[in-house]
Design a protein around this ligand. Sequence first.
Ligand code: NDP
Length: 419
Amino acid sequence: MSRVLVIGCGGVAQVAISKCCQASDVFTEIRIASRTKSKCDALAEKLRPKTKTVITTAQVDADKTEELVKLIKSYKPELVMNIALPYQDLTIMDACLECGVNYMDTANYEPEDTDDPEWRKVYEKRCKEAGFSAYFDYSWQYAYREKFEKAGLTALLGSGFDPGVTQAYCAYAQKHEFDTIDTIDILDCNGGDHGYPFATNFNPEINLREVSAPGSYWEKGRWIEIPAMSVKREYDFDEVGKKDMYLLHHEEIESLANNIPGVKRIRFFMTFGQSYLTHMKCLENVGMLSTTPVMFQGQEIVPIQFLKALLPDPAGLGARTVGKTNIGCIFTGKKDGKYKSYYIYNVCDHRECYLEVGSQAISYTTGVPAMCGAMMLLTGKWDKKGVYTVEEFDPDPFLDALSKYGLPHKESRNPVIVE
Ligand code: NDP
């Protein structure tokens, strides 16, 4: 019996809310609040005939803590699910603290304006000290640890697939398969085809920022940074086939390096087709990926935001996407003194996701763990006060919930290891 406030109503949120409505014994009441209220109303109307969950809607600008506080105080939820953008993480965390409500999200904080001098100062210091240059990192949200602890509240960070399920896979491997883990390779493969020459599978601005940035990995206690897309491997993915994948920086490497004791190397690979890479390089070369505002015909525009307006809406890709995703982790390490390797992953079919909830598999594989993470907090299965990432909780009930709600895992005890 819980009341939940969801912020955001894009591709991922629509799946998460649809799945919450399948578990109406836990999610008895939901308020969907976003910048564009008409999207919330349309989703509420679609879901109401199929669920016992009582759904209401509201308009909110989540960049403004005072608007959020007003909304939270009037609705009085037990949990705020932030499924808007990483730009809003801190304003929503502030509002949750002020109102005494638990918080969760699906991606760690990054600023909308990377030219903001205040942010830039902190960022440049971090780049030098930590050794990676991604715009996002956990430090901003870890800074809330004490405040959440003192308030007796929980903030669950990054409960999507990657970050999210990949960290639960690591906690699972640590708990059940290994005495010590030496290496972790996170492999994110999208074998789907939407038929467009170029489109992104989730928010284009966030996605293009991530993949056009330098890659990095963790080895022997430090970050090693490499030029974007400069490390490529081919891997033969179960149910998908052979794909080229590239080493990227990814946020869960940072938390796993702290939370998996003794781990020597952590890498993250994502598959990309040649057409995607060629388009991205061209857009980058002409300045369309820039986040710095430019004047155009008397109006200030941010190039990457203008590009987002031209690209297909990821929430609308579902109807035309076929193929499967395969995302998981390969581990090497020791059990009972012997070398061992282990692969745990999920395969998800774009078409099946569309038939179930009207979305493609990227939104689905993110929205389902968001709902399952919320369920862990609401049912008290995950109950620690402070700010935590997924691998810091018991993976077992989470993986059970994922299996029940559409993301079962597969395992291999003799996987091909990435060179
Ligand atoms: P979308 O762009 O489709 O949706 C974002 C939603 O947030 C929209 O409804 C948007 O409103 C709303 N929003 C944006 N700014 C504000 C604001 N200031 N106030 C209120 N609402 C706002 O993004 P996705 O659904 O693709 O992604 C959602 C989140 O999931 C992102 O943080 C993304 O990084 C994360 N993600 C995580 C993954 C993982 O595996 N962990 C994988 C994929 C995504 P409007 O409709 O008006 O634009």
